[in-house]
Design a protein around this ligand. Sequence first.
Ligand SMILES: [Zn+2]
Length: 254
Amino acid sequence: MLTDTHTHLYSDAFAEDRKEMMQRAFDKDVKRFFIPAIDSAYTESMYALEKEYPENVFLMMGLHPTSVKENFVEELAHVEEQFKKRNFYAVGEIGIDLYWDKSTLEIQKIAFRRQIQLAKKFKLPIVIHCRDAFDEIFEVLETEKSEDLFGIFHCFTGTFEQAEKAISYNMKLGIGGVVTFKNGKIDTFLNQIPLENIVLETDSPYLAPAPFRGKRNESSYLELVSKKLSEIYNVSEEEIAHITTKNSKAVFGI
Ligand SMILES: [Zn+2]
């Protein structure tokens, strides 16, 4: 059984064929889906998805860094409101993104830090989104690090040194389609990182693995990521599925 630790299945990209898309994932033995939040605009569709697939869908709650704008205080209040109402499996996705907008760096840091503190309070993992912002993310983690702080560095695309640093903050590396890209780079050093630190993800509908690069991604493609990892680590696909699902259970507690 495979676990997709990061998949936006509630996305409008699946409005036309969500049922079929889910069935294709089940057929590939992808049975557990961890669903990151973006902002309040998506909360209801996340709840609807969970209602449809209560055995398979596990929700996170958080404010995505690219949604940290002028109204971020209200958005954070929405996040906290949801945590008061019910359980989630992680605070995510949260972090810093300097690719889309550098001007919001200061408020992105504030939102990231506040949500880390929320995760500590609820003893939940964090799921980190990092784009063009390794130094800034590590700076925040350095001041917030503690035994209660743990989680996943989602869509990890850094260097070997950055991978080791992320792991030193109790983070597992979320590995997805990028590992199948010709210029993705992480495939060149990943086998030096023990498999105990790796979880699988698609980040659907984004970042489809080869040979679907550039197309809509979906959770059934997780099989292609698993296949690539079995080549990199020179172990069977069953072994990859077993270990990475076990790692996902260790992080999310389910
Ligand atoms: Zn995402």
